[in-house]
Design a protein around this ligand. Structure first.
Ligand code: ADP
Ligand code: DP6
Length: 466
């Protein structure tokens, strides 16, 4: 008999606009979901001990954790059995999500579905972790073509604490996929994962993620793991005080998710920069400067907020033009994809005008981020990144090249109009010497959390046998 698998998947993210500003409820950020996703697979054991949860992350060394849980009416007994290593995110997820499930379904159902224990397998697509070592071992260059040759979910030969992450938000995607898989397995949500289901998954995952990381951030990473690409406005952080807030019927959550996706023909490209930056340090320094120079900072925040919104509006307008006149739209994209952005004004028509406005306003966002760097003395768009972004922006067909999220030396993102433009940007990355640029394979995946079948995910069944 084929084992009964419950699988939930959640995407990684790129914060295209709104870094720092999204920490405040007055501003929004555009977040794009990636095709790089996390998968959590739950399988009931046949002969295991009652209440035993065995969690494995087969891409990592020392990454099996066992827990024991028993439900007594409304009380949950939960303890970790493994002593050699621990995983704060996994443990917090299990503990709080099981508590919610118990409150919903009662002890009898929970104990019955844990009768012989369950096995939980967690994997993330290769893009979440730097594959530089893996490529070297296989004598492969650090190019997109070489990355595509690696096995799905390949081993990192590292532990979770030593692995080099690429900044797609592994903990948020892991938390969201694990919360969703547990809620699916215990039938608190169903495979449709409708809006109500997603609200519950979001609220639980947001709480768990904040609890495990020990602070309440802006939460855009969990939000995109649940909702995919969207315009994000944060929740009021005080909402997370009582655990009661997790209930999907709780009206106090005031976060706002406005659907968004890149217009047709626009492609997302990502690269991981080996130098790396420590996001909490950048955030701490920027916020300290903002506190010391409130007037200067507030004016900059307002201007950035305005231009971030303009970038969003241009994207939306372009999508509307596609609806209105697909032929003109495709023709204009085709022409512009062969020209540098500063030549787009030579193409006639309202679609080209909108593209010009997009490129100009995206450039202005970049100049404001550089101003933020200068005023705060924090390397948000450091000069090495400026050189690289300028070179990318000069490739024909590139609409936008920016440092995502908190910026620094972590990553860059380009939005391009054609496959040809994509190749042009790849060539820049491959030949770049000033920084080590590692292309990622991710594209946009605007969907958030999903319930998936094993056969639809290449390479997933291969990681299920210990
Ligand atoms: N494949 C995985 N399996 C289990 N836990 C994981 C996995 N990937 C990431 N994590 C959890 O997420 C933590 C990393 O979180 P963090 O440092 O905030 O990185 P990120 O910025 O990618 O979210 C790890 O210590 C681990 O607890
Ligand atoms: C500064 C920020 O607004 C955005 C940081 O975005 P990143 O995408 O850089 O985040 P990490 O995955 O933690 O590196 C802080 C926040 O919103 O939490």
């Amino acid at each position: 008999m084929t084992p009964d698998y419950t699988i939930a998947s959640a995407p990684g993210k790129v914060l295209l606009t709104g870094g720092y500003l999204v920490l405040e409820q007055a501003f929004t950020g555009l977040v794009i979901g990636t095709s790089a996703r996390f998968y959590t697979v739950i399988k009931p054991e046949n002969t295991g001990a009652a209440g035993t949860l065995t969690v494995r992350s087969p891409q990592f060394e020392q990454a099996t954790w066992q827990y024991k849980t028993t439900a007594y009416s409304d009380q949950l007994e939960f303890k970790s059995i493994t002593t050699e290593s621990s995983n704060k995110f996994v443990e917090t997820c299990l503990k709080f999500t099981l508590q919610i499930i118990l409150e919903r379904n009662g002890a009898e159902q929970m104990n019955q579905l844990l009768n012989n224990g369950i096995q939980v397998t967690i994997v993330g697509d290769n893009d979440f972790y730097s594959q530089r070592a893996q490529l070297q071992v296989n004598h492969l260059p650090n190019t997109a073509d070489a990355l595509a040759l690696l096995h799905p979910f390949c081993k990192t030969h590292a532990t979770l604490s030593s692995v080099h992450k690429t900044g797609l938000g592994s903990s948020a995607a892991l938390t969201t996929s694990l919360v969703a898989a547990l809620l699916l397995y215990f039938k608190v949500v169903d495979k449709s994962l409708d809006n109500n289901n997603k609200v519950l998954i979001h609220n639980v995952a947001q709480f768990v993620h904040c609890f495990a990381q020990g602070k309440v951030g802006s939460g855009f990473d969990v939000s995109s793991a649940v909702w995919g690409s969207h315009r994000y406005k944060r929740f009021n952080p005080t909402i997370l005080a009582p655990i009661m807030a997790l209930d999907a019927r709780n009206q106090s959550w005031d976060n706002d998710v406005t659907p968004f996706r890149l217009p047709p023909g626009f492609r997302l490209m990502l690269a991981d920069i080996d130098a790396g930056s420590h996001t909490p340090t950048l955030v701490g320094k920027v916020l300290a400067w903002k506190k010391s120079k409130p007037e200067e900072a507030d004016a900059l925040w307002d201007e950035l907020g305005t231009y971030n919104s303009l970038v969003e509006q241009h994207f939306r307008q372009l999508a509307a033009y596609h609806e209105q006149d697909a032929e003109l739209y495709n023709d204009t994209l085709n022409q512009c994809s062969k020209l540098k952005y500063n030549e787009w004004h030579t193409v006639s028509g309202f679609v080209a005008e909108e593209l010009v406005a997009l490129a100009n306003d995206a450039n202005h966002v970049r100049s404001l981020l550089r101003k933020m760097s200068d005023l705060s003395n924090v390397p948000i768009e450091p000069k090495e990144q400026t050189h690289l972004l300028d070179e990318c922006a000069n490739v024909p067909g590139v609409a936008m090249a920016v440092v995502p999220g908190a910026g620094g030396y972590d990553a860059i993102v380009c939005i391009v109009l054609s496959e040809e433009a994509k190749k042009g940007v790849c060539l820049v990355w491959e030949s770049w010497k000033e920084l080590s640029v590692g292309p990622l394979l991710s594209e946009e995946d605007f969907q958030g959390v999903t319930s998936v079948a094993l056969d639809n995910v290449p390479g997933l069944s291969a990681v299920l046998t210990p």
